[in-house]
Write a protein that binds this ligand. Structure first.
Ligand code: BGP
Length: 468
């Protein structure tokens, strides 16, 4: 029997742009990735996993393998193609069919409003750096809350604010591909917290039924040793990537300790950070109303002091050992020989998940509830001639992280769900198609689905939790 409670939510996650394909169909508007990928010429978003046409097959498979909930995101540009203008009825109809299909198979949809896919027109006006986007986001949110009120009970405002803007302005792996711009990164972090807060306040003030949360990508940063300079670098790195926005999320303001570090990182540019009074009021009001925190946890990192020139190499190919991350004044990610990594140099360290949940509980006792909304292993899976996929490494990875969750739950941390990333194989933003995460293997040529060993294992886990 599992040590997890019967009301634990065992789920799997997806995101619109990564699974749907059909990017020019039924009035969908373009998003920031379309032009970026065309220019790069490495991968196409079409047909991805063809979820636009095969959603029923995937939802049915999920239910057959013991999954109780699926994270699905709405593509804003299917609903309002240019982000601010006309509403596209075909887009609204599509997601209604998807959510009703979830209900048909007893799957709870956890629906994200923004998962890395800002409409192109808004992106061209600055994306989250443009404060007007917050108004546009609010209009879109209200529209879909009204529309799907009867079929959706769990909402997520924004997926991984940090990963999105770190990709946009620090590593350059996401459009517009800028690097080392700490001011833009922090400004966009704040603006997303403001946007998220506005939506939480809207949801609560209009009295919609259900729960609303925010999903943060939380990575643990440990100092590589006990030298004070390295410890300070790890602390700073943590505030830049986690702490600043966690304060906004749960306290409703940024503590002086966090602002001191932000000031150190930005130097003279600190004065350019535009944090407005009315935004702080929204943030303050939203913090106690948040129903849950989603944690996306994949890895931890080990940090060393770095004050020389910045240099980043993003390993988007799976050539193990090629990652470099050094940002002046923030730190360098260094090799910890004791900890295993995958082919994309992501450390496999389940203790980091435990530590992160414990930190949330200790630092923000008003957190209410945690769902682990993404966790999984990127792997170059091999489809055998007989249609089997033996992904023991993935099973091992997931098992270890589930054990960390069981320990956390036993220690009084209110963690009530786990969503494996991902339900099926799909498009990976900066890595394309050879980095697979799914419980179900997809042959992208034929779109045929194959059941991986991990899916069978997941079904067993589900039976351990809920019984047969
Ligand atoms: C998260 C995103 C997902 C997904 C996952 C795996 O950051 O929310 O959309 O892509 O990470 O990342 P990747 O595809 O880069 O390996």
């Amino acid at each position: 029997m599992s040590k997890l409670p019967k009301d634990f939510v065992l789920g799997a996650a997806t995101a619109a742009y990564q699974v749907e394909g059909s990017s020019t169909v039924d009035g969908k508007g373009r998003v920031l990735w379309d032009g970026f990928l065309e220019k790069q010429g490495r991968f196409s978003t079409d047909p991805a996993s063809d979820f636009y046409n095969r959603y029923e097959e995937d939802i049915k498979l999920a239910s057959e393998y013991g999954i109780k909930a699926i994270r699905i995101s709405i593509a804003w540009s299917r609903i309002i193609p240019d982000g601010t203008g006309e509403v596209n009825q075909k887009g609204l109809d599509y997601y209604r069919k998807v959510f009703e299909t979830c209900r048909k198979y007893d799957i709870e949809p956890f629906v994200t409003l923004h998962h890395f896919d800002t409409p192109e027109t808004l992106f061209e006006k600055g994306d989250w750096l443009n404060k007007d986007q917050i108004n546009a986001f609010e209009r879109y949110a209200e529209l879909v809350f009204d529309e799907y009120n009867d079929v959706v009970k769990y909402w997520i405002t924004i997926n991984e604010p940090i990963a999105y803007v770190q990709g946009q302005y620090i590593t350059g792996a996401f459009p517009p591909g800028e690097q080392y711009n700490t001011l833009k990164c922090l400004q966009a972090q704040h603006n997303q917290i403001a946007a998220h807060s506005r939506i939480v306040n809207l949801f609560k003030s209009k009295g919609y039924e259900g729960e609303i949360g925010l999903v943060h990508a939380l990575t643990q940063f440990y100092s590589i040793d006990d030298q004070p300079l390295n410890q300070i670098a790890a602390y700073k790195h943590d505030i830049f990537m986690n702490g600043f926005m966690l304060d906004g999320t749960f306290l409703g303001y940024y503590t002086p300790a966090k602002l001191t570090v932000v000031k150190e990182i930005l130097g003279e540019e600190f004065d350019k950070l535009d944090i407005r009074k009315e935004e702080l009021e929204d943030i303050k009001k939203a913090a106690p109303q948040l129903d849950f925190l989603g944690i996306n946890y994949y890895q931890s990192n080990w940090i060393k002091y770095h004050n020389e020139e910045s240099y980043i190499h993003h390993n988007g190919t799976g050539d193990k050992g090629t990652s470099v991350f050094r940002v002046k004044g923030i730190g360098e990610v260094v090799k910890n020989e004791a900890i295993p990594t995958n082919d994309w140099d992501w450390y496999i360290y389940p203790e980091g998940l435990y530590d992160m949940m414990e930190r949330v509980k200790n630092d923000y006792p008003n957190y209410k509830k945690i769902y682990v909304t993404e966790n999984g292993l990127g792997y170059k899976d091999v489809l055998e001639d007989n249609g089997e996929v033996h992904d023991d490494e993935r099973i091992d990875y997931v098992r270890q992280h589930i054990e960390a969750i069981e320990r956390a739950y036993a220690d009084g941390i209110n963690v009530k769900g786990y969503f494996i990333w991902s339900l099926q194989d799909m498009f990976s933003w900066s890595n394309g198609y050879n980095k697979r995460y799914g419980l179900f293997y997809i042959d992208f040529e034929t779109q045929k689905r194959y059941v991986k060993d991990s899916a069978k294992w997941y079904k067993q886990l589900s039976e351990d939790i809920y019984g047969k």
